[in-house]
Design a protein around this ligand. Structure first.
Ligand code: HEC
Length: 159
């Protein structure tokens, strides 16, 4: 079996010899340690962790994974409609809150907020009956939607 010689693969940016390689590993480990240090001191307070756990619980409760895949990578269709990848969504925070709360009428993306359309205005329309083509599965509170969006932005969107 032909062995790939690392020296033959400079285009991949691979290290050229073992000495380099050890150095490369060490510096990466140091870099990762520094990065984790920053991430932990900055972001992962107990409060943030609880918030993300609440968001993940909302993700599980609503069953987002059935259509969007277990890590938001996009569904494959079959038993459930194939939802697009949420990792690749271009929606910002406000648009995510709106899409998740109110759904996307005319598509198979349901609205999840309890009181969407009837009590809380959706897409700028005054509260009233939901439009034709809206599917509603009102199982989340406004707070759960917010926590869910925090979770998506921290763990899924752009990952
Ligand atoms: C029954 C299947 C289904 C479930 C369950 C579902 N979705 Fe969707 N979702 C879809 C489909 C289908 C679309 C694409 C709609 C379209 O634009 O055609 C979509 C679109 C979206 C979008 C818009 C993405 C974009 O970039 O335009 C977001 C955000 C989203 N879903 C989040 C969620 C979250 C969060 C949950 C759980 C609370 C969820 N979805 C549950 C089917 C589903």
């Amino acid at each position: 079996m032909a062995r790939v010689n690392l020296v033959d693969l400079p285009q991949l940016g691979l290290p050229r010899d073992r000495r380099h390689r050890a150095g490369w590993r060490t510096s990466h480990a140091a870099c990762a340690a520094a990065w984790f240090g920053v991430a932990f001191s900055g972001a992962a307070s107990a409060q943030d962790a609880a918030r993300l756990a609440a968001g993940e619980a909302a993700w599980d409760k609503a069953g987002c994974l059935q259509c969007h895949g277990s890590t938001g990578e996009g569904g494959v269709g079959g038993e459930f409609p194939a939802g697009p990848s949420l990792r690749k969504t271009g929606l910002d925070r406000a648009a995510l809150v709106e899409a998740i709360s109110c759904g996307l009428p005319g598509t198979q993306m349901p609205g999840w907020l309890d009181g969407a359309y009837t009590q809380r205005s959706c897409y700028g329309f005054p509260p009233g009956p939901p439009p034709e083509g809206a599917t509603l599965t009102p199982v989340l509170s406004a707070d759960e939607v917010e926590a869910l969006v925090d979770y998506l932005l921290a763990k899924i969107v752009g990952r």
